[in-house]
Design a protein around this ligand. Structure first.
Ligand code: EPU
Length: 370
């Protein structure tokens, strides 16, 4: 193990016992490990390739240190905002195997390890004629992060294809497999954000995909785009291309402009409150909640745009212009260059307060603030 004099980010040790590999880095810069591109440093980053290594590494040294010190599982860093250095251990999966575990005439069961790039997994499904993931094309992040906030876009959610989630329990040191019905999946929500937060490391996700065509074109803009790009029955390829083209027209590429996709959740309010707001804003989109007719989902992007924030920066609130709202999609907070995590949070709080005072609606931040 390393001395404290090692250069920042240096790879300190590779433990290759049990034919498994764990890489440990100390004092590592997180700038290239978070899509906001903010500067922060982690005391330790442990990258593992085989789940067994989590329990066997150095006679349990890794796990016993995680039970004592702060730790956090890091996926692609696409839904996290560091506001300070992380004085603990970041645990990152480099396990990237995808395998077919079962097949029936109608379905393909696929197991993907948690470090697999999400969009690579989607491309794998498309290449293997497996339906169900195509509407989730182009989402940055890892397979292991997908169940945590039940990623969703264009009328589909990860939960629609997840059969079970494999994880390693930090508390007990055992591996467990949680069936989807025990994952408490909801809108951008799951048991992994609640009761199991900070208690398990997701090691793999099991999916059930359809071998029969199952186009999901409920999202109107997607149906229109698919109709433009192909004639006849929609294919996996033209649905995926249509999704990517809509995403590219609205969402900034995190490689070019620091961002974490939707910064806020779409708020779910009492239906009578939604109708009260709609009286003075009849053009406001309302999405009835299928599970509960007493609740209605509002579009955070619409509220933020209607309050005049689209394309604005924190110069409006006395800041330095390093943080702003994306000009094409008001749900997305952007780092215009050099912003700190705290500046981004302060700006987001100004937006929250303004929406509260103009519409009486509380916006919840979707991104994990660290
Ligand atoms: N809207 C505006 N102005 C804006 C943005 C949106 O008026 O700047 C309006 C739109 O016109 C539309 C409504 O708000 O009537 C909803 O907008 P949109 O359909 O673009 O979707 P969204 O609610 O803004 C959600 C997800 C996205 C996902 C899209 C597409 C959340 C928090 N966000 O956005 O997810 O890609 O639907 O399905 O649920 C992400 O999680 O990072 C993400 C990008």
């Amino acid at each position: 193990m390393a001395s404290a004099m090692s250069p920042p980010g240096a790879e300190l040790s590779i433990n290759s016992s049990y034919l498994c590999v764990v890489k440990i880095f100390e004092n590592i810069s997180l700038r290239n490990l978070n899509s906001f591109g903010v500067e922060a440093c982690a005391a330790r980053l442990v990258e593992w390739e085989s789940p067994q290594e989590l329990s066997r590494n150095a006679d349990g040294e890794l796990i016993s240190s995680l039970t004592k010190d702060p730790w956090l599982a890091l996926g692609g860093g696409n839904n996290i905002l560091f506001t300070r250095d992380f004085d603990g251990t970041l645990v990152k999966s480099a396990a990237r195997k995808i395998e077919v575990t079962a097949e029936t005439p109608k379905t393909l069961s696929v197991r993907a390890e948690s470090g697999t790039d999400w969009d690579y997994f989607v491309s794998w499904c498309i290449a293997n004629n497996a339906w169900g993931a195509e509407n989730l094309s182009g989402i940055p992040g890892s397979v292991g992060a997908a169940p945590i906030q039940n990623i969703g876009a264009y009328g589909a959610e990860a939960k629609d294809i997840i059969h079970s989630v494999e994880c390693f329990s930090i508390d007990t040191g055992v591996f467990l497999t949680l069936a989807a019905e025990h994952c408490a999946f909801g809108y951008r929500d799951s048991v992994f954000k609640r009761q199991l937060r900070g208690r398990v490391i997701i090691t793999a996700v099991n999916f059930i995909l359809s071998k029969k065509p199952r186009p999901n074109l409920h999202y109107a803009a997607l149906a229109e785009k698919v109709a433009e790009t192909g004639s006849g029955e929609p294919t996996l390829q033209n649905i995926s291309q249509a999704v990517i083209s809509i995403r590219n027209s609205k969402l900034p590429d995190p490689k070019k402009i620091g961002n974490a996709g939707s910064f806020f959740k779409n708020p779910i309010v009492d239906t009578n409150v939604a109708h009260e707001i709609a009286k003075s804003h009849p053009e406001m989109p309302l999405y009835p909640c299928a599970e509960n007719h007493l609740k209605t989902k509002l579009a955070a992007g619409w509220l933020i745009e209607a309050a005049g924030w689209r394309g604005k920066t924190d110069i409006e609130t006395g800041g330095r212009g390093r943080v702003g709202i994306h000009p094409c999609q008001a749900l997305v907070v952007i780092n215009n260059g050099g912003a700190t995590g705290s500046e981004i949070v302060s700006f987001a709080q100004e937006v929250q307060q303004d929406i509260k005072s103009k519409f009486g609606v509380s916006l919840e931040i979707e991104v994990n603030i660290c």
